[in-house]
Ligand binder design. Structure first.
Ligand code: FES
Length: 80
């Protein structure tokens, strides 16, 4: 079964009261997912990664949603 991973990479101006996932490192999260797919052909055949604009829970970002399960993750960080 395919997985579709959406990563919010929305960027708001510094100091914006809503904040944004990008200011919390979501673009690094997206890049880490994309790199992992490129390094694993099996993964690439079963997972699609898509950067998105704001998907809602900005204060809990970086926000990631995985379908078809529809599971939402907040505070996602790139593994160091
Ligand atoms: S900015 Fe990422 S959920 Fe709103």
């Amino acid at each position: 079964m395919f997985k579709h991973v959406f990563v919010c990479v929305n960027q708001r101006p510094p100091g914006h009261p809503m904040g944004s996932c990008a200011e919390k490192g979501s673009r690094d999260v997206y890049t880490a997912f994309a790199d992992a797919l490129q390094q694993d052909p099996q993964l690439m055949m079963t997972v699609v990664i898509t950067p998105t604009g704001c998907i809602g829970p900005c204060g809990m970002g970086p926000t990631v949603v995985v379908y078809p399960e529809g599971i939402w993750y907040g505070g996602v960080k790139k593994k160091m």
